[in-house]
Ligand binder design. Structure first.
Ligand code: SF4
Length: 273
């Protein structure tokens, strides 16, 4: 959080920008008598015109973009706090490069780069470019965050508690991954499956990995398996007509050689890249 506003009580407006409703259920939980946040001076209001803060959930779909923009503009210019609730709102979450999710043109649409771009930060950047005052912004990640975490974030905002954590940049590249035990092919398969877990759902990953291992088998028949696999993956990506699937295949190809080379060289760890 930046630029802590001085607030004694805080009126909040709840806005869903395309969430799966998981975060909204937690937000509603926070507002029920069980957690009773009104005792901290936090009150839900029915119009953004009366709100100090906006509790936002969802990855910001294109459909929700203009509504969300108008909602923020309708809030009083001071303090216009944005509370981004859930991983989707903080960074686009699992939907960050999905076609219905809004991203600024300079944020690109593909890639697994870190930190991920997406979520409400994209809209805030647009609003600031237009000269609108927005912020401070509080990010409460989690899928979904627990009611206690949401209350803790808002309590920091109103100055009831001090911030305990400091900003730290995380990158997968820094985390060594221990290769699983077992025969060579099984170790590769399990590592690739783990890698796919970051990209696609449970059902799809089985099928994608099956297809990929089929291409590997075919490539191994040729004299130059590396070149052949690259060609087969390219063909597959072109034929499937889905950039996300093509992207998965290309990532698997890169990972396959990285893991295979590491195992052939007798290494036990790889770094995710
Ligand atoms: S962060 Fe998780 S629970 Fe919240 S909207 Fe996104 S997918 Fe749903």
């Amino acid at each position: 959080m930046s630029g802590k506003p001085k607030l004694r009580s805080i009126w909040v407006f709840h806005l869903n920008t395309g969430s799966c409703n998981g975060c909204d259920i937690e937000i509603i939980d926070v507002l029920t008598p069980f957690y009773d946040v009104e005792r901290f001076g936090i009150k839900l209001v029915g119009s953004p015109r009366h709100a100090h803060a906006l509790l936002v959930s969802g990855p910001l779909t294109r459909q929700a973009y203009y509504g969300a923009k108008e909602t923020i503009k309708a809030m009083p210019p001071e303090p216009r706090v944005i509370v981004a609730i859930g991983t989707c709102t903080c960074s686009g979450g699992i939907f960050y490069n999905g076609y219905p999710v809004y991203r600024r043109p300079e944020s690109g649409r593909e890639g697994s780069e870190y930190p991920r771009r997406g979520g409400i930060a994209e809209l805030i950047a647009d609003l600031r470019d237009e000269g609108e005052k927005v912020g401070p912004v509080i990010y409460i990640p989690g899928c979904p965050p627990r009611p206690e975490e949401i209350i803790y974030g808002i309590a920091q905002l109103v100055g009831l508690v001090e911030k305990k954590l400091s900003y730290q940049e995380y990158s997968d590249e820094l985390v060594p991954f221990k290769l699983p035990e077992g025969p060579l092919e099984e170790r590769i398969r399990l590592t690739l499956m783990e890698r796919l877990r970051h990209l696609v759902g449970y059902l799809d990953r089985e099928k994608i990995l099956e297809d990929f291992m089929g291409l590997v088998k075919e490539a191994e028949k040729s004299e130059n398996p590396r070149e052949e696999l690259a060609r087969l993956v390219k063909d597959y990506a072109a034929k499937c007509g889905d950039v996300r699937l093509g992207f998965c295949m290309m990532l698997l190809e890169r990972e396959y050689w990285r893991v295979k080379d590491a195992l052939d060289a007798g290494k036990e760890f790889v770094y995710w890249v």
